[in-house]
Design a protein around this ligand. Structure first.
Ligand SMILES: [Fe+2]
Length: 206
C-alpha cells in the first residue's frame, strides 16, 4: 500500500511571516528556516516510504539496533519537526500584542493574566533547547506552556499544540545573534492570535 505523504511546504507558506519581517525576524531568517522545515517534511515522507516497504519478519526487529527501531525513533524527530514548524509558521505574521478571543480566556484562567503567561512562555523559551509550546490539555480543558528540547522530548499526551515558539538558534541567530530573549520579545510582536484561536477551536471541535 502506498503510504500517505505530508505536503512539503513552499515559499507560499512563509508569506504571512514576511508581512511582519520588519518587526525583527527577517525574511532571510524565514527563507533559511523554510529549508529546514522542508527537510523535516522530506524525511517524514522518506521514513513513511521505508516503513511501507519494511520486511515484516519479527526476527528482524530488535531493541538494540534494527531498521524498525531506527525508522520509528527518527520518525518522532522528523514528523515532530514538521508538525511544530507547521504551527510556528501558522501562528506568526500577525498583529502580536495581548491574546484575544477564547485563548485569552484560557490563558487568564490558567495563568491569572496575559503578562504572567507571557513571562512564563519567555522563561520556558529561554530554558528550552529547541522549543516552547502552548498546548491545550484535553484532560483538564486548560492550556499550559510546555518545554521541548528536541521535538521528540517531553511529550505531553492528550494535548493539542496551538502555539509553537521555535528557540533553536537557526530561528534567530541571523537577526539577534545569541540574544534569545530579544528574539522572544520580537516573537510576541508577531503572534497571529486569530490563527491560535482557530487551532484552539479545531482542537475543541468548536
Ligand atoms: Fe526551526
Amino acid at each position: 500500500m502506498e503510504p500517505k505523504l505530508v505536503r512539503v511546504p513552499t515559499e507560499a507558506d512563509i508569506q504571512k511571516a514576511f508581512n511582519t519581517a520588519g518587526k525583527g525576524i527577517s525574511e532571510a531568517t524565514h527563507r533559511a528556516h523554510l529549508g529546514l522545515w522542508q527537510g523535516y517534511a522530506n524525511k517524514t515522507n522518506e521514513i513513511r516510504k521505508a516503513l511501507a516497504e519494511l520486511d515484516t519478519d519479527p526476527a528482524k526487529a530488535n531493541q538494540i539496533y534494527s531498521l524498525t527501531r531506527s525508522l520509528k525513533a527518527n520518525y518522532g524527530f522528523a514528523y515532530g519537526g514538521y508538525l511544530n514548524h507547521n504551527v510556528y509558521f501558522d501562528v506568526i505574521g500577525g498583529e502580536g500584542g495581548p491574546a484575544t478571543g477564547d485563548v485569552a480566556t484560557l490563558i487568564d484562567d490558567a495563568y491569572g493574566s496575559f503578562d504572567r503567561w507571557a513571562a512564563d512562555l519567555k522563561m520556558t523559551g529561554i530554558s528550552g533547547r529547541g522549543w516552547a509550546y502552548l498546548g491545550y490539555d484535553h484532560e483538564e480543558q486548560r492550556v499550559f506552556n510546555y518545554l521541548g528540547d528536541g521535538q521528540d522530548t517531553f511529550p505531553a499526551w492528550n494535548n493539542t499544540l496551538i502555539l509553537a515558539l521555535d528557540v533553536y538558534e537557526h530561528a534567530y541567530f541571523l537577526d539577534f545573534q545569541t540574544a534569545r530573549a530579544k528574539y522572544i520579545d520580537a516573537f510576541f510582536q508577531v503572534i497571529d492570535w486569530n490563527a491560535v484561536n482557530a487551532r484552539l477551536h479545531k482542537a475543541v471541535g468548536k
